[in-house]
Write a protein that binds this ligand. Structure first.
Ligand code: PLP
Length: 377
């Protein structure tokens, strides 16, 4: 049996995409590669809902996306407001501090969301150059209501640029960059995009590009969008060598997603998350983000008496890999990704392995009922 990689990134990569990765490396400025990169840029625009924005595909992980988002729109003394629903929201605070911008943060309790009134109040206190939203925080499994938050920002502070971290969301959840008035959005290849880790995909609105042009200085050379714009407009041009084979893999994966249908892909994520949650509840697991759960991953609290280390070790022996929780949640919760190319059949196999492990650990439950719940949810 192939290993089931149910961590919230990297996610399972299909044979087809792995095959694409191993194609012969070609010139990064050849007509053939230009066509492939252009296909990817077009599909990235569709997935982001970013028809009127400029897309980029750059070698680097999701964190490069975060960094490019801020370095291209913030000057030294600009104010940044971070809306944090966990570890990855907090990463924007660290990043802002590292860049020397002034950061304020609104932080929710684990598994909860920052309320809209708080955001509205904060925006009235100070002029923020930008606000960051993490669409799905991968530490808590919280899905932010991006549309509502953008409405609050537009109403209270129309000049504030809106940055959306879509790393654990894009592809698994609807995103409408232009319609919602997002200025910078980015994701990574290894989450719902079902491609190996190594690429970040971004899009910048015209407003964000204008802001980059008037920055007094930018703290990035490789990540400077003004150096990449000529390349995405005509990929025959060179700035820095693209990750040619990774782009092959991305092209194949995006093509698969488009063939499957973006709407169907979102629905598949909803369906899988519902099935696994309903089943896991019957063992006594509790979902952390009950009020705003993300369809791409679940953060589950262990039933009394189940040890995190033993559970994950025994599951790994059965070739199912899940992730520990982060920070204060570690030991009490675990994280399970159910995004990207994962199928219902594979998730069902994972459930059966979880059942074997829990049985071995002495937990008692009604097996038939749990399997039936998964199938019928
Ligand atoms: C994974 C993740 C990141 C970081 O991406 P890397 O590829 O690990 O650098 C950032 N934000 C969110 C929401 C993530 O899930």
């Amino acid at each position: 049996m192939k290993e089931l990689l149910l961590i919230p990134g990297p996610t399972p990569v299909s044979e087809e995409v792995l095959d694409a990765l191993s194609n012969e490396t070609i010139s990064h400025t050849s007509d053939r590669f230009v066509k492939i990169l252009s296909n990817c840029l077009n599909n990235v625009k569709i997935i982001f809902g970013a028809k009127n924005s400029t897309p980029f595909i750059i070698a680097g992980s999701g964190t490069l996306g975060m960094e490019m988002a801020l370095t291209n729109i913030l000057d030294d003394n600009d104010n940044l407001l971070v809306i944090s629903h966990g570890f990855f929201g907090d990463r924007f605070v660290e990043l802002g501090n590292a860049l020397g911008v002034k950061v304020d943060v609104l932080k929710s309790n684990a598994g909860e969301t920052v309320c809209l009134e708080e955001i509205s109040k904060k925006l009235k206190e100070k002029q923020y150059s930008a606000v960051t939203i993490t669409h799905v925080d991968t530490s808590t499994g919280v899905l932010a209501d991006v549309k509502k938050i953008t409405e609050v920002v537009k109403k209270n502070s129309p000049d504030t640029l809106i940055v959306l971290d879509g790393v654990c969301a894009t592809g698994g959840v609807k995103e409408k960059m232009d319609e919602w008035g997002i200025d910078v959005i980015f994701t990574g290849s290894q989450k719902a995009m079902a491609t190996p880790p190594g690429l970040t995909m971004l899009a910048f609105s015209n407003r964000a590009i204008e802001k980059r042009k008037i920055l007094k200085k930018t703290r990035t050379y490789y990540g400077d969008i003004l150096r990449w714009i000529p390349v995405v407009e005509d990929p025959h041009k060179y700035f820095a060598t693209p990750a040619v084979n990774m782009v092959f893999a991305l092209e194949k994966s995006l093509e698969n997603i488009m063939e499957f249908g973006l709407k169907n892909y979102f629905e598949k994520h909803e369906l899988l998350s519902r099935k696994i949650r309903n089943a896991m509840e019957l063992f006594g697991f509790e979902l952390l983000s009950k009020n705003s759960p993300a369809p791409t991953l679940s953060v589950f609290k262990y039933p009394v008496g189940i040890s995190d280390i033993d559970f994950r070790r025994l599951l790994e022996k059965r070739r199912v890999v899940v992730a520990p929780a982060l920070g204060e949640l570690k030991g009490h919760y675990f994280r399970m990704g159910h995004m990207g190319s994962l199928t219902e059949e594979e998730l069902f196999v994972a459930l059966k392995r979880i059942m074997e492990v829990l049985e071995k650990m002495g937990l008692r439950f009604d097996k038939g009922k749990i399997l039936k719940t998964f199938v019928e949810s």
